[in-house]
Design a protein around this ligand. Structure first.
Ligand SMILES: Cc1ncc(COP(=O)(O)O)c(C=O)c1O
Length: 380
């Protein structure tokens, strides 16, 4: 099976699997224990924290380990903005949209290009706004948001005496595009290990020094009182190893494979469009609309050909809802249901991309032909 669903999750890198196996055996202490077994775990935890912080241009004390992207997003939003007004976007991941539903909320919509206009954020600011949450890169269509520009406009607000913090969900950006938190100018930034060839169930939240974040779960005084619960030291070690293995700029290699795939498909079949084509996109992500083809049927047909891809939208209670992201950029329900996400990764080769292209072309042709025959039968 060839895997093209890296935005859903990535396989463990062999180097990470090795680090995780060794640490799970050897570093079993509780990082809060006073004895040497505990102190060894503490040392490893802090080394892992430093490695991750350094790669993002942050200070170690600004990194809080969590159980993943979902928890980091919940902690950022509910830990800062409970009872206050928040501005977010209509294309966020559910782990941002859902906690925001418990707050005073304004949604900003992107243009048809899938990018948020910072001026729309500025227009949505109210006297009681405390937080703006805009994802760095979208998981479905890969569009990259103008985070540094949004940070600059919030700095202007600060100069005028109003403090509004900026959170960005960086879960899809890390490992695919360079991430420098100082250059981005964010106050809070979420990351997750399983999107960068690390283990599932560990992530981190960057909390800029001085940001008044309060923990959202009650218990021990771990993680500087921002996240109660015994730290998952082996996974933190493996997360740091995964961060170390990320190329400084993986974009050229990934984009070469993705662009080759897109050209092949677009040259061979008609009525295919790239969702988010006109915008800066993650180098590994391709979201294609195949007019008149069921995305779900394509995923199943490709699975039969040993290729794992995704519709990009959530499947709940057996029925696939059209993607809220595609609807937000102005696609119809039918168009959204005819779209597929291909997300390439570190171990994909040019040959893999060609094989995928050929399979996609064959499946789309076959499904279109079948749909035409069925329509003909209904008419007859
Ligand atoms: C943009 C984005 N944010 C957050 C998450 C959630 O991360 P995790 O699976 O680590 O909870 C995901 C994962 O699907 C994502 O794509």
């Amino acid at each position: 099976l060839i895997y093209f669903d890296h935005n859903a999750t990535t396989p463990l890198a062999p180097e990470v699997a090795e680090a995780l196996a060794v640490a799970s055996q050897d570093i079993y202490g509780n990082a809060s224990s006073i004895h040497r077994v505990g102190q060894l775990a503490r040392q490893h935890l802090e080394t892992a924290r430093s490695t991750i912080a350094a790669s993002l241009h942050a200070a170690p004390s600004e990194m809080v380990f969590t159980s993943g992207g979902t928890e980091s997003n919940n902690l950022a939003i509910l830990g800062l903005a409970r009872g206050k007004h928040v501005i977010t976007t209509s294309i966020e991941h559910p782990s941002v949209l859902e906690p925001c539903r418990h707050l005073e909320l304004t949604h900003v919509r992107p243009g048809p290009n899938g990018v948020i206009d910072p001026a729309e954020i500025a227009r949505s600011i109210r006297p009681d706004t405390v937080l703006v949450s805009v994802m760095h890169a979208n998981n479905e269509i890969g569009t990259i948001q103008p985070i540094a520009q949004i940070a600059a406009l919030l700095r202007d607000q600060r100069a005028a005496g109003r403090t509004i913090y900026l959170h960005s969900d960086g879960v899809q950006a890390l490992g695919k595009i360079p991430v420098d938190l100082q250059a981005l100018g964010v106050d809070l930034y979420s990351i997750s290990a399983h999107k960068i060839y690390g283990p599932k169930g560990i992530g981190a939240l960057y909390v800029r020094k001085g940001v008044p974040l309060r923990g959202i779960q009650y218990g021990g005084r771990h993680e500087r009182e921002r996240r109660a619960g015994t730290e998952n030291v082996p996974s933190a070690i493996a997360f740091a190893r995964a961060v170390e293995l990320c190329a400084p700029d993986p974009a050229p290699a990934l984009a070469a494979i993705r662009d080759r795939f897109e050209s092949r498909v677009l040259a061979a079949i008609e009525d295919v469009e790239i969702n988010g084509a006109a915008s800066p996109r993650l180098p590994n992500t391709s979201n294609l609309l195949f007019d008149g083809v069921s995305g779900e049927a394509m995923v199943i047909a490709l699975d039969m050909k040993n290729m794992a891809v995704s519709t990009g939208s959530a499947c709940s209670s057996g029925s696939i809802e059209p993607s809220h992201v595609l609807l937000s950029i102005g696609r119809t329900r039918d168009q959204a249901k005819s779209s597929l996400r291909f997300s390439f990764g570190r171990y994909n080769t040019v040959q893999d991309a060609d094989a995928l292209g050929d399979a996609v072309i064959a499946c789309a042709r076959r499904l279109r032909k079948k749909a035409r025959q069925e329509a003909h039968l209904v008419r007859a």
